[in-house]
Design a protein around this ligand. Structure first.
Ligand code: MG
Length: 156
């Protein structure tokens, strides 16, 4: 068994879609980023890479590389899940927390879990929690949002 941890944050900007966990969420702003800025996918990708001992998302998908411009983050996660399999591991469990003041994400959590099947993950092996930051800091001011993920890998 191997354990890994991931964190990501992105800034809210006008004129972009808000995509979290592969689900487009209706909101007046989206997240700024080189890719689709799906921070839950990014946190999980870093957690899987952490459990593999293979660095981080920036090492595998540098934002200076035009190949990853507007990349679908679910595809990057799928690539890393496949890397885990090639190294003899499967994702046994993911626990995640998203921190955002607005919008409320609770209505979209089941859809997010289902969307992760696109990356070869089992919805039954993923927990997604969403909470506010009680009005404090950059999240509280609505400037951006953050996500945390813990991943457990099991030998195949
Ligand atoms: Mg990111």
């Amino acid at each position: 068994m191997r354990i890994g941890f991931g964190y990501d944050s992105h800034r809210f900007v006008e004129g972009r879609k808000l995509i979290i966990g592969g689900v487009e969420i209706p909101f007046e702003k989206g997240l700024e980023g080189h890719s689709d800025a799906d921070l839950l996918c990014h946190a999980i990708t870093d957690a899987v890479l952490g459990a593999l001992g293979m660095g981080d998302i920036g090492r595998h998908f540098p934002d200076t590389d035009s190949r990853w411009k507007d990349a679908v983050s679910m595809d990057l996660l799928k690539y890393v899940v496949e890397m885990a399999q090639m190294n003899g591991y499967r994702v046994a469990w993911l626990d995640t927390t998203i921190i955002v003041e607005r919008p409320k994400l609770a209505p979209y959590i089941e859809a997010m879990k289902d969307a992760f099947s696109q990356a070869g993950l089992l919805p039954a092996a993923i927990n997604i929690k969403a909470k506010t930051n009680e009005g404090m800091g950059f999240i509280g001011r609505g400037e951006g949002m953050a996500a945390f993920a813990v991943c457990l890998l099991e030998k195949i």
